[in-house]
Design a protein around this ligand. Structure first.
Ligand code: MZP
Length: 511
C-alpha cells in the first residue's frame, strides 16, 4: 500500500515569524547577506559565495545576459538557461564575463537619415533617451553624432525631419578613447557635465558607452559579484542530455557555477551527470542538483552524487502546472523544511554543509524572508526577474499598462529550441507543464532588489540576526489560521483607490 504522510503540504503564506530580541545598535547597513553556493567542508571557507541570497531562474524569459549583468552587479547570480544550443549559451556566458563594469554596449542606435519619428519610437521601445548615431546604425559603426530626447520637442518639431538635422555632430561630441579606465571616463563625464560618454576606437568606431547614472549606481551598490580577475560572475544551467559537450564549452566561456535544470532531479540520469562532472573536474567545479522535495531526494544528490548545493521545489512556480498535469510535487514550505532538516542532520554527521536553494513559487517579499528563515541559503526566482527592465523579453503595452512576456521552461514555446538544434532529436511534447503568460513591468533589477533586501534586513533585525546563518538559527515560526490572515490585512478602515473609497471588506465581517 502507498505511504500517506501525516503532514499536509504547506506553503510559505501559512507561516509567520515571531520577533526575537533586537539588540541596540543593530543597523540594516551592517547586516551581512552573503551566503555560500558551494558545499562547505568543516571550518573552511566556501569555494563560491554570493553577496545577496538571490539567484535568477534558468529560464529563457528570465536569465539573459542583461539580467545576468544587472543581478551580478547587485551581488546575486543568474543561471543562463540551457534550453538553447550549446554555442549560444556559451556566447551568453562569454558576454557576461567580458562585460566591463561601467562600459556598456549601446543597444539603441540610429543613422543620420532616420526621421525624428523613428528615433522617438526607438526611445519608446528601449526606454533609452540617448541614442548614438553611427554610419550604419549599429553599435560598432563609425560615430557621427549623438541624439537625445533634449535635442527635439515631440510636439513642436516636425518629426519627419532627419536625425542628422537635430543631433549633436561628432565634432562637438565629448568622447573617450578605447583603453580609457572607468575612473578616467567618469572624470570626463564630471568635467564636461555630461550624462553619457561614447568610447571610440582609433578609427572612430563606437565600442561602448559610459553613463553617469551607472557610476552613481555603482557607488550605491558596492556588493558586485566579481571573480578573481574582477569580471562579473555568472552561472550556467545544464541538462542531462548533453552535459558532456555543454559543460566543457561553458567552462571555456568562463561560467563560474553550474546547476542541473530539471523539474525532478531525483533520477539516475542526473546522478550520472553529477558523477561525470566530478570525475572530469574534481572539486574545482561548483555543481548544484535538483529539484527535489524530500530528504531522500537530498541524500541521493548529495551522498551518492556529491552535489554542491540542492535546489528544492516542484510545482510551485508561478507558471508551473506540473502538479495539475502529473500529480507530483509538494507545498514549497513543507518541501523546504524537510530538506533543510535532513541537510542539518547531514551537516552534524559529516561536517559538510550543503547550501539549499528554495526554487520557485515566491509570490512576494515576505515569502522570500520566510524561505530564508526556514533554512534556505538562497532563493531562485523567475517571475520576480521577468518583471524587470533587464529581463530578455520585449516590453508590451496592454490597456495602457506595460507588461513583459513570461513563459515556463515546460511550455511548447521553450522546448521548441530543440527542433533547431543538431545536438538533440526532436522530442514529442505530449503535454505542457508550464504556461505562457505576461507579468507587469515593475522597474529595474536594482530597484526591486533594493526594496526586497531592505525588508529582509528589517526582519532580520526583528529576529536579532546579523547574518543569514544567525537568521535561520534564531528564527521561530508559527502556522497561521485563516482568521489571523484576515487580521493581518487592514481592518475596519476605508481606503482610497483611484479617488474612490474602497471598503476593505472586514468591517464587522471577517469574511
Ligand atoms: P517563479 O519564481 O516564477 O514562481 O518560479 C520559477 C521556477 O519555476 C523556476 O526556477 C523553475 O524551477 C520552475 N519552472 C520553470 N518552468 C516551469 C514550467 O514550465 C517551471 N513548468 O515549473
Amino acid at each position: 500500500m502507498a505511504t500517506i504522510l501525516d503532514d499536509i503540504s504547506r506553503t510559505f503564506s501559512e507561516y509567520l515569524l515571531i520577533p526575537r530580541l533586537t539588540r541596540k545598535g543593530q543597523r540594516p547597513d551592517q547586516i551581512d547577506l552573503s551566503t555560500p553556493l558551494s558545499a562547505v567542508e568543516g571550518n573552511n571557507a566556501a569555494r563560491f559565495s554570493i553577496n545577496i541570497p538571490v539567484v535568477s531562474a534558468c529560464m529563457q524569459s528570465v536569465s539573459g545576459t542583461r539580467l545576468a549583468v544587472a543581478l551580478a552587479r547587485q551581488g546575486g547570480l543568474s543561471f543562463i538557461y540551457c534550453s538553447q544550443a550549446i554555442e549560444t549559451q556559451a556566447e551568453m556566458v562569454r558576454l557576461v564575463k567580458s562585460h566591463k563594469a561601467g562600459f556598456v554596449q549601446s543597444d539603441s542606435n540610429t543613422t543620420k537619415t532616420e526621421s525624428l519619428e523613428g528615433v522617438l519610437a526607438l526611445m519608446g521601445r528601449t526606454g533609452h533617451s540617448t541614442v548614438p548615431v553611427t554610419h550604419d546604425g549599429t553599435a560598432s559603426g563609425k560615430l557621427e553624432g549623438i541624439i537625445t530626447d533634449k535635442d527635439f520637442w515631440e510636439f513642436e518639431d516636425d518629426l519627419t525631419r532627419s536625425v542628422g538635422e537635430h543631433m549633436t555632430p561628432i565634432e562637438e561630441v565629448i568622447f573617450g578613447r578605447e583603453g580609457i579606465s572607468l575612473r578616467e571616463a567618469n572624470q570626463l563625464l564630471h568635467k564636461h557635465k555630461k550624462d553619457c560618454l561614447p568610447i571610440l576606437d582609433d578609427k572612430g568606431h563606437l565600442t561602448a558607452l559610459v553613463f553617469k547614472k551607472d557610476y552613481e549606481d555603482h557607488r550605491r551598490h558596492p556588493l558586485e559579484l566579481l571573480d578573481e580577475s574582477k569580471r562579473l560572475c555568472v552561472g550556467a544551467a545544464v541538462n542531462t542530455h548533453d552535459y558532456q559537450q555543454r559543460v566543457p564549452a561553458l567552462l571555456q566561456a568562463g561560467a563560474d557555477v553550474f546547476c542541473f535544470d530539471s523539474s525532478d532531479g531525483f533520477n539516475e540520469y542526473q546522478l550520472d551527470g553529477i558523477r561525470w562532472i566530478r570525475e572530469q573536474y574534481g572539486n574545482d567545479i561548483v555543481i548544484g542538483g535538483g529539484n527535489v522535495v524530500s530528504a531522500e531526494g537530498f541524500d541521493f544528490l548529495v551522498q551518492e552524487g556529491g552535489a554542491d548545493f540542492v535546489k528544492v521545489g516542484i510545482g510551485g512556480g508561478s507558471i508551473c502546472i506540473t502538479r495539475e498535469q502529473k500529480g507530483i510535487g509538494r507545498g514549497q514550505a513543507s518541501a523546504l523544511l524537510e530538506v533543510v532538516k535532513r541537510r542539518d542532520e547531514y551537516h552534524a554527521e559529516t561536517g559538510r554543509y550543503i547550501p539549499i536553494c528554495s526554487d520557485g513559487g515566491l509570490a512576494n517579499d515576505t515569502q522570500v524572508v520566510v524561505a530564508l528563515a526556514m533554512g534556505a541559503d538562497f532563493v531562485m526566482m523567475g517571475r520576480y526577474f521577468a518583471m524587470t527592465e533587464e529581463s530578455p523579453t520585449p516590453k508590451t503595452s496592454i490597456n495602457g499598462q506595460m507588461y513583459k512576456p513570461y513563459w515556463g521552461e515546460g511550455t511548447r514555446r521553450a522546448q521548441n529550441w530543440q527542433r533547431y538544434s543538431e545536438d538533440m532529436s526532436t522530442r514529442d511534447l505530449k503535454f505542457e507543464e508550464g504556461v505562457d503568460a505576461y507579468v507587469p513591468l515593475v522597474g529595474t533589477t536594482a530597484e526591486v532588489l533594493d526594496t526586497t533586501l531592505f525588508k529582509l534586513r528589517g526582519t532580520m533585525i526583528n529576529v536579532g540576526a546579523d547574518s543569514l546563518a544567525e537568521f535561520r538559527e534564531q528564527a521561530v515560526l508559527t502556522l497561521v489560521s485563516e482568521q489571523s490572515v484576515i487580521e493581518a490585512g487592514t481592518s475596519n478602515v476605508f481606503q482610497f483607490n483611484s479617488g474612490r473609497i474602497v471598503d476593505d471588506n472586514s468591517w464587522g465581517n471577517p469574511n
